[in-house]
Design a protein around this ligand. Structure first.
Ligand code: FMN
Length: 370
């Protein structure tokens, strides 16, 4: 079993780097238009991108998304991303730690992040499907979750919700009943805040409210429109000659609630929100924060840069931060708190969806505030 998990970890990275896994979505960040201020009266150099997240101060509202670990060849990627998280004052996640929970000799491929980022906000990662009994597999307990946290001396624990991905994996876990209650138990028992984290299929208002009631401290909406885990599994299934599972991954490639919509819907839970899924520029980040996100999560672009080297990661993050600062200046927002109050227009497929879900007044209020 541990062999399978570790092989899957390296396959995910290789597949993501070798294929375009983007989920096509009509509703996208381009639907969110921030209103330009011709005389912003804010100096670019005075812009402050700092923010609090779960009690820790970040210099910029960026979460280097949970991506990898669990195979010797990906430890370098984690080390590079961790150095950048430390240098730029960002949050960072590791990929699912299941591999090291079942094969402790792999712990170093995750623990490297704390060695390289002694002060950064680091987020451990386990999966909700593994919190309940699955075919021939016992569930992880709160003690296992605590081991994952201690493995990287994490400040928070992300519990990922990836039922679409599991359905598109030949070896995937199929049972879902009881996962919400199990997640609530873990949230009550571990010693750090728990973040519920979707992985590309997004978050509805109803699910966000259930997660809040279960006791999570934050939600990563993990919306559709960025890397598709279904597309990733379709490639793996194809490589194995498994046509049926491949079809699931392809048919459901763009399944889910787009990220900007997820931010508005999940906003009803009034918890800190991470907007992940297709955030590709500092302008996308500004749009997400203006919509109500606390942080943005960036996955694939970080993975790609880290596969190239430390300089590529630094260049990607500095460019992204420059774009965010320009968007803040042009909306007259010197701080992220001010950015959360700027007026914006929601159009296109995002608007159509939100109007049908009853958000007309909310959209009008967003357009007129400030
Ligand atoms: C190669 C790869 C591996 C991933 N592994 C995990 C994981 O183990 N746990 C998790 O919560 N999310 C995982 N994700 C999902 C990312 O955290 C993120 O939600 C997703 O990539 C969407 O962001 P993006 O559009 O910026 O890439 C993975 C993504 C990729 C591309």
């Amino acid at each position: 079993m541990s062999q399978d998990v570790t092989r899957r970890k390296i396959e995910h990275v290789t597949v993501a780097l070798g294929h375009d896994l983007t989920a096509p979505q009509a509703a996208s960040w381009a639907d969110i238009r921030l209103i330009h201020q011709a005389l912003p009266e804010v100096d670019l150099d005075d812009i402050d991108t700092g923010t609090d997240f779960l009690g820790k101060w970040l210099r910029a509202p960026i979460f280097i998304s949970s991506l990898t670990g669990g195979h010797a060849d990906v430890a370098t990627i984690n080390a590079r991303l961790a150095r950048a998280a430390e240098h730029f004052g960002l949050a960072m996640g590791v990929g699912s730690q299941r591999a090291a929970l079942v094969a402790p000799e792999l712990a170093g491929t995750y623990a490297v992040v704390r060695e390289q980022a002694p002060n950064a906000l680091l987020i451990a990662n386990i999966g909700a499907p593994q919190l309940i009994p699955q075919a021939r597999k016992a569930p992880f307990t709160s003690a296992d979750a605590q081991r994952a946290i201690e493995m990287i001396q994490a400040d928070a624990l992300a519990i990922h919700l990836n039922y679409l991905q599991e359905a598109a994996q030949p070896e995937g876990d199929r049972k879902a009943k009881g996962a919400l209650a199990a997640l609530g138990r873990i949230a009550a028992e571990v010693r750090v805040p728990v973040i519920a984290k979707e992985t590309g299929a997004g978050m509805s208002r109803e699910q966000a409210l259930k997660l809040r009631d279960a006791g999570v401290s934050a939600i990563d909406v993990g919306g559709a429109g960025g890397s598709s885990m279904a597309a990733m599994e379709a490639v793996r299934a194809e490589q194995r000659g498994d046509a049926q599972t491949r079809a699931i991954g392809e048919v459901f490639r763009d399944w889910g609630i787009p990220t900007p919509i997820s931010v508005i819907e999940a906003g009803e839970a009034h918890l800190p929100l991470i907007a992940t899924g297709g955030v590709r520029s500092g302008l996308d980040a500004a749009r997400a924060i203006a919509l109500g996100a606390t942080l943005v999560g960036v996955g694939f672009p970080m993975l790609k840069a880290a596969s190239e080297g430390d300089d590529a990661v630094d260049a990607f993050i500095s460019g992204f931060l420059n774009e965010l600062r320009v968007a803040m200046q042009l909306t007259g927002a010197a701080t992220l708190a001010a950015l959360r109050r700027v007026p914006l227009i929601v159009g296109g497929a995002t608007r159509a969806w939100l109007e049908l879900r009853g958000y007309d007044d909310h959209l009008r209020a967003l357009a007129r505030r400030g």
